[in-house]
Design a protein around this ligand. Structure first.
Ligand code: URA
Ligand code: SF4
Length: 226
């Protein structure tokens, strides 16, 4: 698979330009069965960025991330943690909805490593323009994309970690045009915190407890941002 890199215009300085270019991405086969690219949305100057897995059914139809049930739960948790919902940016590890058809139903399928790798240039390009202070990684797919395949959210959730070396290798950024602010790799853009995915909260046996855990982790982030 060619990956997303060749679809990123060298002079796309803004998130809006990236978003427009991402509409035509064919970096892996997932564009074929999905309705549209679901790029990140939110405050271009956000200090806080959330990274989910991939768009769900609703997101695929609307073209916006986190507008379905998981998004509603996340929004509630953001409020309960005392974070400012107007100053965040929401995006996904993979920008097309991977699913399989069962009859007329579209069933979510976790993206494979090839899709994560193919789509990663978009995520890196978003980070390069956002330069957030904290990145919240929601669930295993996003955590593995940024922290490597051996990272276990269940064991290392809720901890503010330094921006991982794997996500900071100069060559990762060098291939992605950055804005006039300069070389992103010179300045580790963020700290990172991994937590449970809101969809996993919705599926949990003890939803209240899972939700309280999510809010507790986001409260750590709220304190870190001051
Ligand atoms: N789950 C995600 O990971 N991302 C979305 O945008 C919606 C649901
Ligand atoms: Fe491009 Fe990512 Fe969509 Fe694959 S999932 S086609 S890499 S935007």
């Amino acid at each position: 698979a060619p990956g997303a890199q060749q679809f990123i215009p060298p002079r796309a300085d803004t998130l809006d330009e990236l978003r427009a270019a991402a509409r035509d991405c064919r970096g892996c086969e997932l564009y074929r069965d999905a309705t549209q690219t679901v790029f990140g949305r939110g405050d271009a100057h956000a200090r806080l960025v959330f990274v989910g897995e991939q768009p769900g059914d609703m997101e695929d139809q609307k073209g916006l991330p986190f507008v379905g049930p998981a998004g509603r739960l996340l929004r509630r948790a953001v409020d309960d943690a005392g974070l400012d919902p107007g100053h965040i940016y929401l995006t996904n590890t993979v920008k097309h909805f991977r699913h399989e058809l069962r009859g007329r139903r579209r069933i979510h399928q976790t993206p494979d490593q090839v899709h994560v790798t193919a789509c990663r240039p978009w995520l890196v390009a978003e980070f390069a323009r956002l330069r957030p202070e904290v990145v919240v990684v929601l669930g295993a797919t996003a955590a593995k994309a940024l922290l490597g395949p051996s990272f276990r959210v269940t064991r290392q959730r809720g901890e503010l970690l330094p921006w991982p070396a794997a996500a900071q290798r100069p060559q990762d950024f060098a291939r992605v045009p950055v804005d006039s602010a300069g070389a992103v790799a010179d300045a580790p853009p963020a700290r990172l915190l991994a937590t449970i995915h809101p969809s996993a909260v919705l599926r949990a046996d003890d939803q209240d407890r899972a939700y309280a855990g999510l809010v507790a982790d986001l409260t750590t982030v709220a304190h870190a941002l001051g």
